[in-house]
Design a protein around this ligand. Structure first.
Ligand SMILES: *[C@@H]1O[C@H](CO)[C@@H](O)[C@H](O)[C@H]1NC(C)=O
Ligand SMILES: *[C@@H]1O[C@H](CO)[C@@H](O)[C@H](O)[C@H]1NC(C)=O
Ligand SMILES: *[C@@H]1O[C@H](CO)[C@@H](O)[C@H](O)[C@H]1NC(C)=O
Ligand SMILES: *[C@@H]1O[C@H](CO)[C@@H](O)[C@H](O)[C@H]1NC(C)=O
Ligand SMILES: *[C@@H]1O[C@H](CO)[C@@H](O)[C@H](O)[C@H]1NC(C)=O
Length: 401
């Protein structure tokens, strides 16, 4: 029964559309009062009302609606409709009345119409985010934040936000996030808590020395045994051996060791010259003060996975101008599976669109690369070996250089 009715309605709908397209102006049937003959008169257009039916001699007479009245279809009525008197409380006039359109009222910003009343849009509580913002006709739609997202506010606008990804920022997780709280990260020490550079350029340069695996097959174990502080455990060493090329293994091991010995000064204590190196890097690039756009275009020129505008924005907030480039370089390294930062930087400088980029900056960056690859650094490597591991292993390394 319902199906039949539905089909009938559909048919009706289609036929009405079809007939109304027939002719303009549309006609209606009228019997001439004098002759009683049937006539096809023109209907009146929107904005008018019917004054006189047509006759055998005259066309239909339509005249414009008076002020505050309208008609919005072709019709045969002898009067216009009154524009809705006024908009209700908490509504405003979205469209004023004219001869062809009724007045349109709409709820004020932040409200929607429900049974004649303009009600406030719902606010989503903490743990819920907005998936469809409210409109003048519809209430807000909230949804519980899925895994990995949170909302810590009561809001009719805010969607769930992604938890902060600590590892991308080079930081450690101190409190895992849930639906109502963001993940809390922390740096490796008080001084780097905010900006959080996990491995500095100098440390990276030290950590990446070529490994004499040919002469010392159990190289990693020797290193583990001789490093001071909390030792890297055997499982981690095995994992590093399995997951990384021999070139990468030393870097991964020293990085992990540094993380485990959170006191950042541990590295400085055993390699006193690292301070000299850091100071030198600061001298080269510490004065550089780039704008947001400049930092973005610098990072855009790097190969591989990009450090995006969001990361740059966060870095601008968290880091002093003297640390920003270093932080972005370390983010790029982390995103790209610990690839050599200096290689990325060299590639970047080659492909950097020079437009609006200060030449002094590119020169300073090139000087920094040269410094970190210089003979001075090789001398520091030797010292590293003497100081960390003792003469026996160091002699192997020095012979290899
Ligand atoms: C009447 O209002 C409607 C909607 O605001 C507009 O599109 C139309 O042009 C107006 N007509 C006149 C004659 O002003
Ligand atoms: C953080 O980002 C890294 C790299 O994009 C990704 O591999 C990792 O799964 C992310 N961690 C979380 C908790 O989303
Ligand atoms: C979410 O984490 C916060 C602190 O991290 C905690 O106070 C709160 O109880 C947690 N909520 C749920 C539902 O687990
Ligand atoms: C919500 O979380 C963000 C990001 O962690 C934080 O900056 C903000 O202060 C928090 N707001 C409230 C009301 O707790
Ligand atoms: C860096 O430049 C900005 C404007 O471009 C300026 O406001 C800021 O003080 C500068 N910072 C330093 C440390 O020079």
């Amino acid at each position: 029964m319902n199906k039949l009715l539905c089909c009938a309605l559909m048919f009706l709908d289609i036929s009405i559309k079809w007939t109304s397209q027939e002719t303009i102006p549309p006609k209606y049937l009228h019997y001439d009062p004098e002759s009683s003959h049937p006539l096809m008169c023109d209907k009146c257009p929107p904005g008018t009302y019917l004054k006189q039916h047509c006759t055998t001699r005259w066309k239909t007479v339509c005249v414009p609606c008076p002020d505050h009245y309208y008609t919005d279809t072709w019709h045969t009525s002898d009067e216009c409709l009154y524009c809705n008197p006024v908009c209700k409380e908490l509504q405003y006039v979205k469209q004023e009345c004219n001869r062809t359109h009724n007045r349109v009222c709409e709820c004020e910003e932040g409200r929607y119409l429900e049974l004649e009343f303009c009600l406030k849009h719902r606010s989503c509580p903490p743990g819920f985010g907005v998936v469809q913002a409210g409109t003048p006709e519809r209430n807000t739609v909230c949804k519980r934040c899925p895994d990995g997202f949170f909302s810590n506010e009561t809001s009719s606008k805010a969607p769930c936000r992604k938890h902060t990804n600590c590892s991308v920022l080079g930081l450690l997780v101190t409190q895992k996030g849930n639906a109502t709280h963001d993940t809390v990260c922390s740096g490796n020490s008080e001084s780097t808590k905010k900006c959080g550079i996990d491995v500095t350029l100098c440390e990276e340069a030290f950590f990446r020395f070529a490994v004499p695996t040919k002469f010392t097959p159990n190289w990693l174990s020797v290193l583990v045994d001789n490093l001071p502080g909390t030792k890297v455990n055997k499982e981690s060493v095995e994992r590093i051996k399995q997951q990384h090329s021999s070139q990468e293994q030393t870097f991964q091991l020293l990085k992990l060791w540094k993380h485990q010995n959170k006191d950042q000064d541990m590295v400085k204590k055993i390699i006193q010259d690292i301070d000299l190196c850091e100071n030198s890097v600061q001298r080269h690039i510490g004065h550089i003060n780039l704008t947001f756009e400049q930092l973005c275009s610098l990072m855009e020129s790097f190969p591989g996975k990009k450090v995006g505008r969001e990361d740059v924005e966060r870095t601008m907030k968290a880091c002093k101008s003297t640390e920003r480039i270093l932080k972005l370089l370390s983010l790029w390294r982390i995103k790209n599976g610990d690839q050599d930062t200096l290689k990325g930087l060299m590639h970047g400088l080659k492909h950097l669109k020079m437009y609006h980029f200060p030449k002094t900056v590119t020169q300073s960056l090139k000087k920094t690369i040269r410094f970190l690859r210089s003979f001075t650094m090789y001398r520091l490597y030797q010292k590293l070996f003497l100081e960390i591991i003792g003469n026996q292993v160091a002699s192997v390394k020095i012979n290899c250089l």
